[in-house]
Design a protein around this ligand. Structure first.
Ligand code: PHE
Length: 451
């Protein structure tokens, strides 16, 4: 198929972000639950400031080159995560590879909305103080909430809100909301940082988070840092590619790459300064993920003066982080549906959101709920969806992007605005370094290689 035919098949995208709107939307995508509940913990565990340095190196050699590649493909191809690849090469089989990342995004969205829903429930329960009444076993409280039917309601709210924002379009929806939510996020984060750093014993938390320990660096921490750099920048599932298709030709993609990488890093760093002083100040043990956010931190807020207020702010922060990421994930299949079936944006947003909701329901009911007995190899539905997408499909999607930009599409440098040394460096990273490292992380995370 030549590119003329490819264009006929899917009309070129004509919605556009403003310059700052794009940067904020991309930061909104990258700053998510990963920054809030995973990054601080792995940093504390694998060597503090030493790990932080390692993470920056991984961002530079793998994260940023792929981020730039995704945005470049989107802007050059001016299509969704599948059509762009066909538009740029004229080869239909690339469309099938692209389809994979659209499926990945759809699957992630369906269970990400469940978690985002939990954060909404906790925001409400914390501000009203209900969370801190009747007993202090926060593990038990979380499990009894997650195993019930309320999560289905909150999941529906998340789908409704993100579907509605997406339906309003790129500039009137995605851009507009990120422009409000991301600065709001920063303000809340700074308030909480001030609160946590002034708690008695805060220094112990800061020291757990940042005290450099180079002896902890090794193959394992390197693989973890790499995997997280990838996840944290929302790579491998067509998010940045789809957003890239809405970027103006005049915007510098290299500049955007640096701004997004820096933004992601800063938010993750401040999140660490919020979480550890709070947890340590109340003598609690840090962990990651669900245990940290829904069990350890509520216990800390329950003892803090005005804890309901600060706890509410904290969960609101999680909710915003999750929502701005969810929007970017949902946009991937919505953009696909619009061009594939020629649907209007609102129609595509409604259909995809409803379908996503239905696929997410079994995941929501499998966290201690009625479907939790359905297990395979010790994992329930929710865990399987997470495992398959984060450890198999996302690395695969990233690999496709590196190979496409490094080998298949010859004019990536022009579109990215890179020449000379920077172009050569980018190509070396995309052709040789990033693919090898992605495969290593993949083999490590599925347990084929052990370090
Ligand atoms: N980058 C987000 C985070 O750090 C997660 C995410 C992954 C969002 C993939 C969109 C796509 O939590």
């Amino acid at each position: 198929m030549n590119s003329q035919q490819a264009k006929k098949q899917a009309p070129p995208i004509n919605e556009r972000f403003s310059k700052s709107g794009f940067i904020l939307a991309a930061i909104g995508s990258s700053v998510g639950l990963g920054n809030m509940w995973k990054f601080p913990y792995i940093t504390g565990k694998y060597g503090g400031a030493a790990f932080f340095l390692l993470f920056i190196i991984c961002l530079i050699i793998v994260g940023l080159p792929i981020l730039l590649a995704e945005m470049t493909i989107g802007r050059g191809g001016r299509g969704n995560a599948s059509v762009s690849l066909v538009n740029l090469t004229g080869k239909k089989y690339w469309g099938a590879f692209g389809l994979l990342s659209i499926l990945t995004a759809f699957m992630i969205m369906s269970y990400y909305a469940v978690v985002a829903g939990w954060t909404l429930h906790y925001t409400l329960e914390s501000f009203t103080g209900v969370l801190f009444q009747s007993g202090s076993d926060y593990k038990d409280k979380f499990l009894s909430f997650a195993s019930g039917y309320w999560p289905l309601f909150w999941q529906a709210v998340v789908m409704l809100v993100s579907g509605w924002i997406i339906a309003r379009g790129v500039s009137g929806g995605i851009e507009k909301f990120n422009k409000i939510l991301i600065p709001g996020f920063l303000i809340i984060l700074l308030i909480l940082m001030f609160r946590s750093l002034t708690l008695p014993g805060a220094a112990e938390g800061v020291s757990f988070f940042l005290k450099p320990d180079f002896s902890k660096l090794g193959a394992e921490s390197a693989l973890i840092a790499l995997g997280h750099a990838f996840f944290s920048l929302s790579l491998g599932m067509g998010c940045m590619l789809t957003y890239g298709a809405y970027v103006d030709k005049k915007q510098s993609l290299g500049g955007a790459t640096l701004a997004i990488g820096f933004g992601d890093l800063v938010y993750a760093f401040i999140a660490g300064l919020v979480i550890f002083p709070t947890v340590f100040s109340y003598g609690l043990k840090p962990g990651e993920g669900v245990g940290l956010a829904f069990m350890a931190l509520p216990a800390a807020f329950s003892q803090m003066p005005f804890g309901a207020f600060f706890g509410g702010l904290f969960f609101l922060l999680l909710a915003i982080a999750a929502l701005t990421s969810a929007i970017s994930i949902l946009e991937v299949p919505v953009a696909y549906a619009m061009s594939k079936w020629n649907w209007s944006r609102p129609k595509a947003a409604i259909y995809v959101s409803v379908l996503c909701y239905l696929v997410g329901v079994p995941a929501a009911l499998s966290v201690g709920g009625v479907l939790s007995p359905l297990q395979l190899g010790g994992k329930g539905i929710f865990d399987w969806m997470d495992f398959i997408t984060s450890y198999i499909l996302m690395p695969l999607g990233g690999l496709i992007v590196t190979l496409f930009t490094g080998y298949a599409w010859k004019r990536a440098g022009e579109e990215a605005g890179l020449t000379g040394f920077w172009y050569r460096a980018w190509m070396v990273l995309l052709r040789f370094i990033a693919p090898v490292l992605i495969v290593l992380v993949f083999l490590y995370s599925v347990g084929i290689i052990k370090v």
